[in-house]
Design a protein around this ligand. Structure first.
Ligand code: NAD
Length: 487
């Protein structure tokens, strides 16, 4: 009842609290977007389970803190090894649960999950130091002290990858963790807990409370016993979390939505521009960083559109477990309806659906075709709101100044892509773009040491490298006087 066999793994669907499996009175279903199969009945936690998990994490905190970066690093490296040994099973399980491509889970995402753990363990062991400097002969010594329990709340579009991007630095910094995974994709978090135990992580250092956002999530972020809230998800949820966090003044790190521009200048390599534009449909458009607003110079717009439409028609949509598949299903029927609603409203407002714009009838289920909208009115919903599906909108521009102005005309500022033939011109363009990450003539190149986050409503704070430790730790300056010391 509490355990299901999936992808060659025994998946326990209860919470993981203080090194024990804990059941709840009620459960919720985890349904596969691949074929609608019910995968598991998962424990539906609330305030009671959250209290227990935060208590366990607080009790484990002093021991984990006192292990220091080396002691923690050894355990975290064993955990990374175990993840690497289970890449295939984790990849299959994640694909069943969230419908993303198996081949990308296998080759990119799950190895990266291991890297999220290893990289931050190494950073804490080797790089977390600041040169001592003097003030009137006094030494300033900066340390990153573990801060307590980090509450981590994650979305469904890249479940284990996004969870470990937060868990890795939190644990390496010496915090203990309570994770609340997304209710549409609860399963890999549970396996991750088993791997933590096998790696020798002390009980209570890592905890999972499964459940719905309004129940388990809300109880977790309101808890006075947590020291940090790391949240990845949507803007409305972030607002609710921030209100709740205000009562305890709990620091937040938010990674939220986007409506990123994808700018193609008239001197751009057109083949490269089309290749990169096609990548914006990856993960069936369920990518926060996606450059969903194609802003193309008017001189090359016709040539770009023709090639882009031709390439988009060749995209293979289908079962995400098949090697040839490029785009799988949407995560959930509720989400598919939401995506379709955006397109219908754009159509009703007079925009043109250049291609796509409907469900893929051959496949049925949750498959929505790659879609391009043109001719939308400036300021309209389809040009400003995050769709989070395989729906791109195209506009043209005449000057680079106009491109920047249109690019910035959104409440988001997560990412931007620029395809441009001239480095000086690209530097002028990127200078005034408001975005946490800008890719020039590339997409999705991400170094874990680089700062990552969003401007405006795309987030609060930056993580990656030392920026992660700045968030999860209490940064402390101790000032040592030159006098008062006994010989
Ligand atoms: P969501 O905000 O609906 O849910 C995210 C998580 O928050 C889930 O675990 C959910 O259970 C929980 N939650 C919901 N209500 C809550 C509440 N009141 N209190 C506490 N927790 C609550 O987002 P989603 O639909 O799962 O994910 C899609 C969104 O995430 C998109 O906007 C996307 O752009 C964003 N995202 C951002 C990044 C990034 O790095 N910036 C990465 C991936 C996804």
């Amino acid at each position: 009842m509490h355990q299901v066999q999936l992808a060659g793994l025994t998946v326990d669907t209860r919470h993981w609290i203080g090194g024990q499996r804990v059941a709840s009175e009620t459960t919720f279903e985890s349904v596969s977007p691949v074929d609608g199969a019910v995968l598991a009945e998962v424990a539906r936690g609330g305030a009671r389970e959250v209290d227990a998990a935060v208590d366990a994490a607080r009790a484990a905190f002093p021991g984990w803190r006192d292990l220091g970066p080396q002691g923690r690093g050894e355990i975290l490296h064993r955990l990374a090894d175990l993840i690497e040994q289970h890449v295939e099973q984790l990849a299959q399980l994640e694909t069943l649960d969230n419908g993303s491509l198996l081949r990308s889970h296998r080759r990119g995402v799950m190895p990266r999950v291991a890297m999220n753990i290893r990289f931050f363990a190494d950073w804490a062991m080797q790089k977390l130091s600041h040169p001592v400097w003097q003030t009137r002969g006094h030494d300033n010594v900066v340390t990153w002290d573990p801060s307590g329990v980090a509450a981590i709340i994650t979305p469904w579009n890249a479940p284990l990858m996004l969870a470990t991007w937060r868990i890795g630095p939190a644990l390496a910094a010496g915090d203990t963790v309570v994770l609340k995974p997304a209710e549409w994709t609860p399963l890999t978090a549970s396996v991750f807990a088993d791997l933590c135990e096998q790696a020798g992580m002390p009980a209570g250092v890592f905890n999972v409370v499964q459940g719905l956002g309004a129940e388990a999530g809300a109880a977790l972020v309101a808890h006075p016993g947590i020291a940090r809230i790391a949240f990845t998800g949507s803007v409305p949820t972030a607002k609710a979390i921030m209100r709740s966090a205000a009562d305890n003044l709990t620091p937040v790190s938010f990674e939220l939505g986007g409506k990123s521009p994808f700018i193609v200048t008239d001197d751009a390599d057109l083949d490269l521009a089309v290749d990169l534009a096609i990548e914006q449909y990856d993960n069936a458009g369920q990518v926060c960083l996606s450059g969903t607003r194609l802003l193309v110079h008017e001189a090359i717009a016709d040539a770009f559109s023709a090639r882009f439409a031709e390439r988009a028609a060749q995209i293979v949509q289908g079962d995400p477990r098949e090697e040839a598949t490029q785009i799988g299903p949407q995560i959930h029927a509720v989400h598919l309806e939401r995506v379709a609603g955006f397109v219908e409203r754009a159509r009703a407002e007079g925009a043109t659906v250049a291609f796509g714009g409907d469900r893929n009838d051959e496949l049925g289920g949750l498959y929505y075709r790659p879609t391009l909208i043109t001719g939308a009115k400036p300021g309209s919903e389809i040009l400003t709101a995050e769709v989070f599906g395989p729906v791109l909108a195209m506009q043209t521009f005449a000057t680079d100044e106009e491109a920047v102005e249109v690019a910035n005309a959104t409440e988001y500022g997560l990412a931007a892509v620029v395809v441009c033939g001239d480095r000086d011109r690209a530097e002028r363009l990127t200078k005034n773009l408001v975005a946490g990450t800008i890719w020039v003539n590339c997409f999705f190149v991400r170094d874990l040491g680089a700062p990552f986050g969003g401007s405006k409503k795309s987030g609060i704070g930056r993580e990656g490298g030392v920026w992660s430790f700045d968030f999860y730790a209490d940064v402390k300056n101790t000032v040592y006087a030159p006098t008062g010391w006994k010989e």
